[in-house]
Design a binder for this molecule. Structure first.
Ligand code: SF4
Length: 158
């Protein structure tokens, strides 16, 4: 299916999430370096799409997320650890209901330094899910403060 066929059948959100850009193009669109994009990924701030050959490919939504991270750093004065701490405070278990047993074995439930998608040990409800499509992960694409993030999540839940 080519892009025109795809775009006539799908929503703007689906089109924006299509992995289209190599890391070199993504770095130009986001006004930063390839090295910085790799660093954001290594720090768990972004999960780029990976091809079967492990090549990173970025979507429009990913570029928005990178621009948001840049804004938090340049305008809000946050560092990477500060951004991660804010994201780690989102109570993902409220939105991906998981059992008590799962929580006990899930680093996302206890960590105050890593967002849930970067947890090394996840509960069984989250183990085989593509976090790129999860509401909890997607919220950080918006340059919102933590209260706005909670409000949006709570509204979706109601
Ligand atoms: S699916 Fe991923 S992003 Fe969503 S709550 Fe689970 S670990 Fe977090």
């Amino acid at each position: 299916m080519n892009y025109d066929q795809y775009s006539s059948k799908n929503s703007d959100a689906e089109i924006s999430s299509l992995p289209l850009y190599t890391i070199g193009i993504a770095s130009k669109l986001a006004g930063t370096s390839v090295h910085t994009l790799r660093m954001y990924e290594n720090k768990g701030l972004i999960l780029p799409h990976k091809t079967k050959t492990k090549r990173r490919v970025y979507s429009k939504t990913d570029i928005e997320r990178i621009l948001c991270i840049r804004r938090h750093i340049v305008e809000d004065g946050l560092n990477i650890a500060g951004i991660k701490t804010i994201l780690a405070m989102v109570p993902c278990w409220e939105f991906k209901p998981c059992s008590k047993a799962s929580r006990e074995s899930c680093d996302a439930y206890t960590s105050t330094s890593e967002p849930c998608w970067a947890a090394s040990q996840k509960g069984k409800e989250c183990q085989n899910i593509d976090c790129r499509t999860c509401d909890v992960y997607l919220l950080a694409n918006k340059c919102s403060d933590i209260k706005a993030l909670y409000k949006e999540l709570m509204n979706k839940k109601d």
